[in-house]
Design a protein around this ligand. Structure first.
Ligand code: ADP
Length: 503
């Protein structure tokens, strides 16, 4: 393809030397490359050898082959060349004839330089426009080709992905599924897209998950949503979804990948069963050792014995107590994982349950010279339907923590009130407090804050994960307000439900 900035090459074929030289001068001045020929044959030879000639200025009356013959040969062989006829007044008729045979324009002789410039410039503009059009067409073809290749490459990649990929539009119709997804969901290989999600996946939770991403795209366009899909044949999939947004952040639909986590789930279940079994097996002998140590220590108190022996036995008793707590926590966690937290629901008067915990832990607070009180801020609090052991575990852990992480002479206040069909319990202490940078982490398993105050408090780092797991299972929320050395308040909000099993 020619560069559109290139000079135009003009060939002048005329037997009059004056005309040839005059035209050559005019055209060179306006930036054209010029070649000349004095006869038709010579002109055709030059055309044969030179590939870039775009315009021919052609005299009609010449010795040898005349201009009309040259014109017809040019038209035959070089269709893109523009021929401008130069002719005397007497042969205007012939000029018209030449135009009919495909000449582009004509210049009557004698002519003014301006006229030659005008006609050649017009032809030149036309040629440059043709070049530009050719260039654009070629570019368009290339872009289309590139797009086509890119599209088939992307399709190939999506088809080859080992994880399932599904794309839905805003109405929840599935517009794309790769083969892996069809295999995962046991859908027919030749299933066409366009069906609503409800027709492909029975799980109502999954259907809601897809619609929820569509709806929430305006609020949280960058969030990744997850859902655990369990198929009837006990296969587990983790669905991770995001809204598909246009450049203007408008939601076009949802893209979801499906990862098979069945093997992980089986392992996790085995691990939980193992932990539950081992913890259970360890608890009885450990409790026996603990009790026996208590008896020995008691007897030693009455007899004369060395301080060293007594010290060692006390340490052993403390350690066994630590192990018993750890095992208790592990068993609690296993119970949550197995869904036991919501398994034995019955009406519980939460303020009574709190009173008995406060009463039970009173001895410990007395030893630390702490003040532990329960405040009831609402009358007629209705009973809460839940497994009482779960509630005991939630508030027992929170109040024990408040005692453990508050120095001597501190105050711990437990408040209960009933607001908007929810039971709200606050456990407030004047203790060491928790730096806000740890607030999210303290709910992770085994996470313990180690600073100058908490270093000497023994614990497992399982209390708060247990509390959070149980609160979540009951459909509630837990939050905290705390600052380093500024005391801590945990808020627990439990919504009343008529039937705990219904969603
Ligand atoms: P544990 O008490 O066995 O270490 P938890 O999961 O109950 O484990 O608590 C995690 C961490 O949170 C604790 O190690 C402690 O640093 C911090 N924490 C919990 N409750 C309080 C509280 N009331 N005051 C200060 N720190 C607390």
């Amino acid at each position: 393809m020619k560069s559109i900035d290139k000079d135009i090459h003009v060939l002048i074929i005329d037997d009059e030397q004056g005309i040839r030289e005059g035209c050559a001068r005019i055209l060179s001045r306006i930036g054209c490359d010029v070649s000349t020929a004095s006869r038709g044959e010579e002109g055709l030879e030059i055309l044969e050898k030179t590939s870039d000639i775009s315009i021919v200025l052609l005299d009609l009356k010449m010795p040898g082959i005349d201009g009309m013959e040259v014109l017809s040969r040019i038209r035959e062989k070089y269709q893109q060349i523009m021929v401008i006829i130069m002719t005397g007044f007497a042969t205007v008729e012939t000029a018209i004839q030449a135009m009919k045979q495909g000449a582009y324009d004509f210049i009557p002789k004698p002519f003014e330089p301006d006229h030659v410039r005008l006609v050649v410039n017009r032809a030149r503009e036309k040629i440059k426009l043709t070049w530009q059009t050719e260039k654009l067409t070629l570019e368009r073809q290339r872009t289309l080709l590139d797009l086509g290749t890119e599209k088939s490459r992307l399709t190939g990649i999506i088809e080859a992905l080992p994880n399932g990929v599904m794309v839905t539009n805003t109405q929840g119709q599935v517009v794309l599924m790769n083969p892996a997804l069809k295999r995962q969901l046991a859908l027919p290989k030749d299933l066409k897209s366009g069906m609503p999600i409800e027709a492909l996946v029975e799980d109502v939770g999954f259907q809601k998950f897809v619609h929820k991403i569509n709806e929430s795209s305006l609020i949280n366009p960058d969030e990744i949503y997850t859902y655990e899909l369990i198929l009837p044949d006990h296969k587990y999939f983790l669905a991770r979804g995001r809204p598909v947004l246009t450049g203007d952040k408008e939601c076009m639909g949802v893209v979801i990948i499906l990862i098979n986590i069945t093997a992980m789930k089986v392992l996790d279940q085995l691990k939980s069963e193992f932990v539950a079994k081992v913890s259970h097996e360890l608890r009885s002998p450990l409790s026996t050792i603990h009790e026996q140590l208590a008896v020995v220590l008691n007897e030693l108190g009455q007899e004369k014995s060395s301080d060293k022996q007594e010290h060692l036995l006390s340490r052993a008793k403390e350690k066994t107590q630590g192990l018993i707590s750890l095992i208790g926590d592990l068993l609690d966690l296993s119970r949550i994982e197995a869904g036991a937290a919501t398994q034995d629901p019955r009406p519980v008067q939460v303020e009574d349950l709190l009173a008995s915990i406060v009463d039970f832990l009173g001895a410990r607070t007395k030893r630390k010279k702490q003040k532990l009180t329960l405040e009831k801020l609402s009358e007629n609090i209705p009973p809460f339907i839940a497994d009482p052991l779960s509630l005991e575990s939630i508030f027992g852990n929170l109040i024990t923590n408040a005692i453990n992480y508050t120095p001597e002479d501190g105050t711990i206040t437990v408040r209960i009130q009933y607001v908007n069909h929810t039971i709200c319990v606050d456990v407030q202490d004047t203790g060491f407090g928790i730096d806000p940078k740890y607030h999210a982490k303290i709910f992770d398993r085994f996470y313990r804050v180690k600073d100058k105050n908490t270093r000497y408090v023994t614990g497992t780092g399982l209390g708060l994960p247990i509390v959070k797991g149980l609160v979540d299972a009951l459909g509630g929320k837990i939050s905290l307000e705390s600052a380093f050395e500024g005391g801590t308040t945990f808020h627990v909000v439990l919504p009343m439900k008529m039937d705990i099993h219904s969603e």
